[in-house]
Design a protein around this ligand. Structure first.
Ligand code: NAP
Length: 206
């Protein structure tokens, strides 16, 4: 009798991570539990397509902070796939590369913030994206998803998964503002990330 093996499930945690914080880590862990994910791949964006380069910290800083933040979780890994690719970091290129790396039998779940996914209809090769991965939108409490977005997924025979994550009350923008204002960021980011930010004098001119 042949034994049926379950497909590998990989969550792709896409974000600028400027900086990575506990909200992102809680989101990744919650998605892992909710969808039976085997491992979570954090993918810091190299050159976010919708942002001016000078608005975003150096990719190597963001990559290293993500590595430090995820070190203690055996299910978490960090990928350089976006950082090492030339040009803008379009999600379609990320997912094509990961689909090739993992093969067709692996189920991919792309996770990011609901505000970002709200724009997915305008992303490069939007319809192909839906063929490559499931999509999970992490929402902050009180966030109302645009009904047109769910309808767009439904029109393509897909479902947009949502997960409310109270810890996403923490935000990277707030952390950058706090650093600039000389306020504490302790307990908002892992200790190693806090030290990294101060040691490298990040966000002082944010
Ligand atoms: P963003 O505009 O900086 O963030 C939008 C919101 O989502 C913010 O509230 C952000 O909170 C939150 N967020 C970001 N990443 C998250 C994550 N992994 N889990 C939970 N919440 C998250 O968006 P971004 O970070 O630059 O982009 C998000 C992803 O979408 C990236 O992978 C990016 O490459 C992709 N994207 C692709 C295209 C395209 O292909 N055309 C266009 C835009 C975005 P924080 O600020 O606290 O993180």
């Amino acid at each position: 009798m042949s034994r049926q093996t379950k497909p590998l499930k990989v969550a792709v945690m896409g974000g600028t991570f400027d900086p990575v914080h506990y909200g992102h880590l809680v989101t990744a862990e919650a998605v892992r539990g909710e969808f039976g994910i085997n491992h979570v791949l954090f993918v810091p964006s190299g050159r976010p397509p919708h942002k001016k380069l000078q608005q975003v910290s150096d990719a190597e800083h963001r990559y290293l902070m993500t590595v430090f933040a995820t070190l203690t979780n055996p299910y978490f890994e960090v990928s350089r796939v976006d950082i090492d690719r030339e040009g803008k970091s379009y999600t379609i290129d990320t997912l094509r590369a990961l689909r090739q790396q993992y093969g067709d039998d692996t189920e991919l779940y792309f996770i990011t913030g609901a505000d970002a996914i709200a724009e997915i209809m305008s992303w490069k090769s939007a319809e192909e994206l839906l063929c490559l991965s499931e999509f999970v939108a992490a929402t902050r409490p009180g966030y109302q998803l645009d009904a047109r977005l769910e309808q767009w997924f439904a029109e393509h025979g897909k479902k947009l998964h949502t997960l409310q994550v109270p810890a996403m009350a923490i935000s990277s923008t707030d952390i950058r503002n706090r650093v600039k204002a000389g306020k504490s960021i302790r307990y908002l980011v892992p200790e190693a990330v806090e030290h990294y930010i101060h040691k490298n004098r990040l966000y002082l001119d944010a």
